[in-house]
Design a binder for this molecule. Structure first.
Ligand code: RP5
Length: 194
């Protein structure tokens, strides 16, 4: 694409951002985008709850919904199609078995989509892992571990923190706190064997 064409794309993109998110281009008062958590069934909630708790602990706004790629495909599609204009910055999609919810959502948005394969079958989540992680080239899904809801939330926060220094500082604080806990454990364990 030529330079003029890129300029047009850039202008159109800016117009859309200003329309849906008026403060987008001013760092002052920049509204934090929401994280959308979608799960294929309410039976996934015990896994998904940890993602919600993590987002809450960082003060990140989020919504939680049940949309299924195979039971309510129209609703899942509509949510994904309108997610950017509805103020979302990242989507997390959790599903078990071979329901491929994250891929179905990613097909309908260019927001980053993080997939949580849920362990809800006799295959211990391997079915969900493969159906989520093995996306063909062109439509990426960032897949975390089976039941990896905390990492899904942390990754979504890291994505939002690219444009938000205070959120990045909170991530640094959490890592420092986690390190301190491990150092304490090291001291306690090593003391037992000296
Ligand atoms: C998937 O099928 C859901 O994400 C869930 O993990 C699994 C079983 O769903 P339920 O039968 O419990 O509703 O679509």
């Amino acid at each position: 694409m030529g330079a003029e064409a890129w300029n047009i794309v850039d202008r159109l993109g800016k117009a859309a951002r200003v329309q849906f998110c008026p403060d987008f281009d001013s760092k002052e008062g920049f509204p934090l985008r929401k994280v959308g958590i979608i799960m294929g069934s309410d039976s996934d909630l015990p896994i998904v709850q940890k993602a919600a708790d993590t987002l809450q602990s960082f003060g990140v706004p989020f919504e939680v919904h049940v949309f299924s790629a195979h039971r309510t495909p129209e609703q899942a599609r509509a949510f994904a199609l309108s997610a950017r204009q509805n103020g979302f910055g990242v989507l997390i999609a959790a599903a078990g078995m071979a329901a491929h919810l994250a891929g179905a959502v990613a097909a309908n948005t260019t927001l980053p989509v993080i997939g949580i394969p849920c362990n809800s079958s006799n295959l211990d989540g391997i079915d969900a892992l493969l159906s989520t992680v093995q996306m063909p080239s062109g439509i990426p899904v960032a897949t975390v571990a089976i039941n990896g809801a905390v990492n899904a939330a942390l990754l979504s926060i890291q994505i939002l923190a690219v444009e938000d220094a205070s959120l990045a500082a909170k991530l640094d604080e959490k890592r420092a706190a986690d390190s301190a806990k491990v150092l304490e454990k090291d001291a306690a364990i090593s003391a037992q064997f000296c």
